[in-house]
Write a protein that binds this ligand. Structure first.
Ligand SMILES: [Zn+2]
Length: 82
């Protein structure tokens, strides 16, 4: 049964990412047009940010240098489902 739930969660995450990419259209960091296969949606509390993969990696690096790390549950990475 858990593979069914994992599949449903994966599909829900893909749809959430697709929706976020469709709303944002371009990356807030580098202004390139977002592609859901190279975008990452991060949700912390009530705030969500979708970025391209490169800008996300840069953000994660900046956070880590300040001792902050994101929880895996807060991140939907479109690059992971390639
Ligand atoms: Zn970017």
């Amino acid at each position: 049964m858990s593979f069914l739930i994992d599949g449903m969660v994966g599909e829900l995450n893909r749809q959430l990412l697709r929706y976020a990419v469709g709303r944002a259209i371009s990356c807030p960091g580098c202004k390139t047009i977002l592609d859901e296969r190279d975008s990452v949606l991060v949700t912390v509390g009530k705030t969500s940010v979708v970025q391209c993969g490169d800008c996300h990696d840069e953000t994660v690096h900046k956070l880590e240098t300040r001792g902050v790390s994101l929880l895996a549950d807060d991140v939907i990475d479109g690059r992971a489902s390639r």
